[in-house]
Design a protein around this ligand. Structure first.
Ligand code: COA
Length: 165
């Protein structure tokens, strides 16, 4: 049986992380703000620097990285009760495997133990699989943001979803 684990991604995972980012940007454009070209333009050194800021979490199946998400707890006195999640991605072969839940549960537990009261994310209104997943984790749609993203000149809408802890 597969054993899943959750951890902050450190610079040593730059190559594996970059592979997942490229797959995500190429195959799931509704799930990413960055384009394939923007993703491909990031050197391994740049990826190492990003991971060095410790704002990316990963889910591993046995020893292999199979998914990741950004997690940004707010730091200002007036907003430090909030944490933002995104992007959020699990490689195609592990979608439907429970890996996504391990990743989100890891973030939720981390946020809760840091005293965060609210986790927030944006999701394209037509990304039905992601919306169904987030709702199952307890997130609720609280607003719809129009013209958030333009893909090939077409504007798209995002739902703003929150999970109250
Ligand atoms: C979003 C994502 C992390 C969810 O992980 P997952 O492993 O696929 O999620 P699950 O399979 O556990 O759950 C998805 C739910 O959507 C349902 N679903 C699957 N395809 C669907 C579709 N086309 N429309 C609606 N619901 C769908 C599944 O049946 C499941 O619901 P259930 O458990 O009640 O049956 C993953 O699909 C992913 O990485 N997608 C690409 C990147 C992306 O879009 N990220 C979100 C950015 S905001």
């Amino acid at each position: 049986m597969t054993s899943f684990s959750y951890q902050t991604l450190l610079p040593e995972y730059a190559e594996d992380w970059q592979k997942l980012r490229l797959e995500g940007a190429r195959d799931f454009p509704l799930g990413f703000l960055v384009t394939v070209d923007e993703t491909a333009a990031a050197s391994l050194d740049r990826c190492r620097k990003i991971l060095g800021r410790k704002g990316i979490r990963g889910v591993f199946a046995d020893q292999a990285l199979v998914g990741f998400c950004g997690y940004r707890p707010q730091e200002l006195e007036r907003t430090k009760h909030r944490g933002e999640v995104g992007p959020f991605f699990v490689t195609r072969d592990y979608q439907g495997s429970g890996a996504a839940k391990i990743l989100m549960t890891g973030v939720i537990e981390e946020a809760r133990s840091a005293g965060i009261a609210q986790i927030e994310l944006f999701v394209d209104t037509e990304n039905l699989r992601a919306i169904a997943f987030y709702e199952r984790q307890g997130f609720k749609i609280v607003a719809t943001h129009h013209d958030t993203v333009r893909i090939n000149g077409h504007n798209r809408q995002d739902h703003f979803m929150t999970l109250l802890l």
